[in-house]
Design a binder for this molecule. Structure first.
Ligand code: ATP
Ligand code: MG
Length: 429
C-alpha cells in the first residue's frame, strides 16, 4: 500500500478483535464512576493553543515538544488536546458550573494527542479516562479518587500488579521555599548535572527530581527533601490522606521525587505504577491543583483529578491473562434458513425473539447458502446454538434447535415456545 494510505505513525486502529476488551474496560470504569456519583462531560478534541500554554505551562515537555499545533484557515492557532484537564477547566469556567463553590465531580473519556516517540505503551494518539473534582479541598476527596481506582484494580484483577506512589508538593508557598533550597543545592553541583537538568534548573527546577540520568540522580541523593519544607496545612492534608488509605488498607509508598510533568500540581500527587509493561510503567496519575482555575482566569477553586491510560491498562489485562473468558464469544444463537419462504419466516421470527429477549445476541444468516455452508458459518460465529428453519420446519411452525458446543441432541421447538426455551439455556448479560 502506498505510504499516504497508511495510518499515521503512533496512531492505531483498534480492530474488532480488540474492541471487546476495550469496551469491557471502559464499561467497568464507567459503572464505577456512576456508582461513586461522578458525571460525564464531553469536550472538543481541538482547543486554542493558548489554553494549553496557560494551563499546562510553557516549560513542560508537553508544551515544549509534544503538541500537535496548526493554524486554522482563519489564522487561529489550534492544538489537538494533549490531555483533558485544561479543556475541562475551560468548560466549567465557560459555563459557570463551579461558581459559588458548586461542587462538580466530572469524568471524561477520549483520545489525546502527543508527538512522542512511539513504542509499546506510548503512542501519538492514545486514550484516557480522566476525572476532575472542583470545590472540594479536603484530603477526603483525594482519598476517594485513590480508593475508587483501588476498587477498579480489584474488579479487573490487577491489584497485585500495581503499586501506589504518593507525594505532597505542598501549597505554593511551601513549594516556593523548597524550590529556593533546591536551586541553591543544585547550583552548587552544576557541573555534575546533565544538560537537560541544567536547563530545567532555570526553567522548572522541581522537574530535575524527575531525571533519568544516573549521575544527576546520584547528586539528588543528598538534595533537600520536599517533606521537610511542608507547612502545617500541607502536612495535615497529607496525613489526612494517608490515614484514609490506611483505614481502607491500601498499601502505598512515599516517593519524594514524584513531581509529575505538569506545572499545576499542589499538595497531593500520586501515580499507580506497574513493572509489567517495561519502561511505560505509569497506568494512572494525578493530583491536586488548587491554583489552576485561578491561573486560568477563574475565582480561586480547589481541584483534584487523575487520568489513566487505556492502552496501558488493556496491555496489562492481556499480559497478565486477565481477559474475561466470556469476551471471546460474541454470538449466542445463529439462525440458519433454507429457501426463500423460510428466510422470510426466519426474519419475522428473529424479530419476535428480539422483542422478548432484548439482550440475546442473535445472528441471522445472511447470504443464503447450502446446509453445509450455513452450518460452517454458525460454528465459526462462536454461537452456542444453531436454529434451523427449512421447508419442513416452516410447515410445522417449529425450528430445529442444535447445541453447537458439547453434548445434546437436536430437538424441535415450536415458535411460540422458542423465547422461553432460549431464556433457560442462554445466560444473558
Ligand atoms: P509518562 O511519564 O509515561 O510520559 P505522563 O506523565 O506524560 O506519562 P500524564 O500526562 O500524567 O502522563 O497522563 C496520564 C496517563 O496517560 C499516563 O499515566 C499514561 O498511562 C497515559 N499516557 C500518557 N502519555 C501517553 C502516551 N503517549 N501513550 C499512551 N499512554 C499515555
Ligand atoms: Mg509524558
Amino acid at each position: 500500500m502506498s505510504k499516504s494510505l497508511q495510518a499515521i505513525r503512533g496512531m492505531n486502529d483498534i480492530l474488532p478483535e480488540q474492541t471487546p476488551l476495550w469496551r469491557y474496560f471502559e464499561g467497568t470504569v464507567a459503572r464505577l464512576l456512576d456508582n461513586y456519583g461522578y458525571r460525564q462531560i464531553r469536550m472538543p478534541i481541538v482547543e486554542f493553543t493558548e489554553l494549553f500554554k496557560r494551563s499546562i505551562g510553557e516549560v513542560t515537555d508537553i508544551v515544549e515538544k509534544e503538541m500537535y499545533t496548526f493554524d486554522d484557515r482563519n489564522g487561529d492557532s489550534l492544538t489537538l488536546r494533549p490531555e483533558g484537564t485544561a479543556a475541562c477547566v475551560r468548560a466549567v469556567l465557560e459555563h459557570g458550573i463551579t461558581g459559588g463553590g458548586q461542587v462538580q465531580k466530572l469524568w471524561y473519556i477520549g483520545p489525546m494527542f502527543r508527538h512522542e516517540r512511539p513504542q509499546k505503551g506510548r503512542y501519538r494518539q492514545f486514550h484516557q479516562i480522566g476525572l476532575e473534582v472542583f470545590n472540594l479541598e479536603g484530603p477526603d476527596i483525594d482519598a476517594e479518587l485513590i480508593v475508587m481506582t483501588w476498587r477498579l484494580w480489584g474488579e479487573l484483577g490487577l491489584r497485585d500488579a500495581v503499586k501506589l506512589e504518593l507525594n505532597s508538593l505542598g501549597t505554593s508557598e511551601s513549594r516556593g521555599r523548597y524550590r529556593e533550597a533546591l536551586v541553591e543545592f543544585l547550583s552548587a553541583h552544576l557541573d555534575k548535572l546533565d544538560e537537560d537538568s541544567q536547563r530545567r534548573l532555570k526553567t522548572n527546577p522541581l522537574r530535575v527530581l524527575d531525571t533519568k540520568n544516573a549521575e544527576t540522580q546520584a547528586v539528588l541523593v543528598d538534595a533537600p527533601k520536599m517533606a521537610d519544607y511542608l507547612d502545617d496545612e500541607s502536612r495535615a492534608h497529607f496525613e489526612g490522606l494517608k490515614a484514609r488509605l490506611d483505614a481502607v488498607g491500601i498499601p502505598y509508598v512515599i516517593n519524594p521525587k514524584l513531581v509529575r510533568g505538569l506545572d499545576y500540581y499542589s499538595k497531593t500527587v500520586f501515580e499507580w505504577v506497574t513493572d509489567k509493561l517495561g519502561a511505560q510503567g505509569t497506568v494512572c496519575a494525578g493530583g491536586r491543583y488548587d491554583g489552576l482555575v485561578e491561573q486560568m482566569g477563574g475565582k480561586p477553586t480547589p481541584g483534584v483529578g487523575f487520568a489513566m491510560g487505556i492502552e496501558r491498562l488493556v496491555l496489562m489485562l492481556e499480559a497478565l491473562d486477565k481477559v474475561p473468558e466470556e469476551l471471546s464469544r460474541q454470538v449466542d444463537v445463529y439462525l440458519c434458513a433454507f429457501g426463500e419462504a423460510a428466510e422470510l419466516a426466519a426474519l419475522a421470527l428473529s424479530e419476535r425473539i428480539r422483542d422478548q429477549l432484548p439482550n440475546l445476541r442473535l445472528q441471522i444468516n445472511a447470504g443464503a447458502g447450502s446446509f453445509k455452508s450455513q452450518f460452517k458459518k454458525a460454528d465459526k460465529s462462536g454461537a452456542l446454538y444453531a436454529l434451523i428453519l427449512g421447508d419442513d420446519e416452516l410447515a410445522q411452525q417449529v425450528v430445529g434447535f442444535k447445541p453447537l458446543r458439547g453434548q445434546g441432541e437436536q430437538q424441535s421447538i415450536a415458535w411460540d415456545a422458542l423465547a422461553a426455551h432460549l431464556a433457560t439455556c442462554v445466560v444473558q448479560g
